[in-house]
Design a protein around this ligand. Structure first.
Ligand code: SAJ
Length: 419
């Protein structure tokens, strides 16, 4: 079976590489010529552990080739982005154009899988009608399914293999066919359902996380107001066998959790009250952190603020929807402020310093935005020495708070109130 993978991003590329390394001939399609050119030389332009090695091997062996246009295959996997519009509805234009692009090639017996995260009913109401533009009877002649990706950036190759998978078919024979295909490399269980249920499952997984993070964030603000420590509350409450309070922090970033709940909300805004409130709560976190910075310093005018970590979460190079970028935007509006950023995963950004001690030099406030593992090696006493006013604000409970106090810092921890 030849497979055509449309969209060579964080999901499409690892999926293509995985099938290729299991012996399937793959044509990977992307509208971005740079991605295609790089890939045909065995190179990748995203950072993900072990992916470069795997891609190099399958390109060298001739199993994976890239192109800007699809070609005839037996299986089509659509893994294009589904961004969000200004009005918080899904932008399905890439799904539409990818589906349209395969219409000239599909033939009886082909398999079409939508992997892109999409609002419920996208397969039934968007993909199937486009496929019907071919001369085929979709439900009899083609196998069509939604199989959402659920891998976490940073562990994509591991999770592609080990995670359980959902396959939602437009009918049972589609679901069964697609299950058999993924069994080429998936070691987790594969559960079968209908396409719309599968779409909702994917969205609900991320919404579950978003709502729980919002709850943790709300706990942190209440604890601060009450002079107690939310991290202790969380640790002790989580000793209960049925409680799992999530981590409070400076906000929810990434292209999934901060986006997906809206794809449910758009279907029934009046019914999705908790989901909406969670989204707004988490979106309000950078402003909350900004206010706290102002409180700590009295005024931000003519002060220097240094932020450690700018990506949307630790140990990735991805800044999409990062709440720290929102925080930077808010700080930028203060007149006379000096901003310095330090993040070893980012190589090009305004205010970026290459050296952490240089970034913290003469600073009045150091904010820990994202706790990359390598930050463990920072000599905090040296940071302290170089600073002007000696304030530090840890937004993720990364540092040993007492150790910072011992060094002499005026140490603040998100979620920890002062009595
Ligand atoms: N975050 C918190 N508190 C927490 C957990 C996360 O504030 O307790 C923040 C993180 O700092 C980050 C954001 O949430 O800014 C999202 O990070 P994440 O690690 O929770 O998730 P993603 O966006 O990297 O990946 C999620 C995963 N979904 C779930 O765990 C339910 C992944 O499995 C999905 O495949 C991915 O979304 C996706 O593509 O949808």
């Amino acid at each position: 079976q030849k497979i055509c993978v449309l969209g060579l991003g964080y999901i499409g590329l690892p999926t293509a590489a995985m099938f290729a390394s299991n012996g399937y001939p793959i044509i990977g399609v992307d509208v971005n010529e740079k991605v295609v050119q790089a890939l045909n030389q065995g190179e990748i332009i995203i950072e993900e552990p072990y992916l470069d090695v795997m891609v190099r091997e399958v390109v060298a062996s001739g199993k994976l080739k890239a192109a800007t246009q699809p070609e005839e295959a037996d299986v089509y996997i659509i893994a294009v982005p589904t961004p969000i519009n200004e009005d918080k509805t899904a932008d399905l234009s890439y799904v539409v154009s990818a589906t349209q692009s395969i219409v000239p090639f599909v033939k009886k017996g082909d398999i079409i899988i939508l992997e892109s995260t999409s609002p419920p009913n996208t397969v039934e109401n968007v993909v199937v009608p486009i496929l019907e533009e071919s001369s085929l009877h979709v439900r009899e002649d083609l196998y069509v399914a939604h199989s959402p990706e659920r891998v976490i950036p940073g562990k994509i190759l591991f999770e592609l293999v080990e995670n359980n998978r959902i396959v939602g078919g437009i009918n049972e024979k589609s679901a069964l066919k697609v299950k058999k295909l993924y069994e080429a490399f998936v070691k987790g269980d594969i559960y079968l359902t209908d396409a719309t249920t599968a779409e909702m499952c994917k969205l609900m997984e991320n919404t579950y996380r978003d709502v729980n993070i919002a709850l943790a964030n709300e706990l942190s603000t209440i604890c601060e107001a009450m002079g107690i420590n939310a991290w202790d509350v969380r640790a002790f409450s989580n000793k209960h066998p049925r409680v799992n309070i999530h981590l409070p922090g400076p906000g929810v970033g990434g292209h999934c959790i901060a986006v997906d709940p809206w794809f449910i909300v758009e279907k029934h805004p009046h019914l999705a009250q908790m989901m909406t409130l969670a989204r707004l709560t988490n979106d309000g976190r950078p402003a909350y952190v900004f206010d706290k910075c102002r409180q700590i310093l009295g005024t931000l005018k003519h002060k220097k603020v240094t932020i450690l970590g700018m990506t949307y979460k630790p140990d990735v190079d991805d800044m999409r929807e990062s709440p720290i970028l929102e925080l930077v935007k808010l700080l930028e509006e203060v007149s006379g402020i000096t901003i310095a950023l330090y993040d070893p995963f980012i190589h090009d950004y305004k205010y970026l310093e290459k050296d952490v001690y240089e970034a913290c030099k003469d600073s009045d406030l150091v904010v820990l935005g994202v706790g990359h593992k390598v930050f463990r090696d920072i000599d905090m006493a040296k940071v302290y020495e170089g600073m002007r006013e000696k304030h530090i604000y840890d937004t993720t409970n990364f540092f040993n708070h007492d150790a910072l106090i011992d060094i002499g810092f005026d140490a603040h921890l998100l979620g920890k109130g002062r009595r």
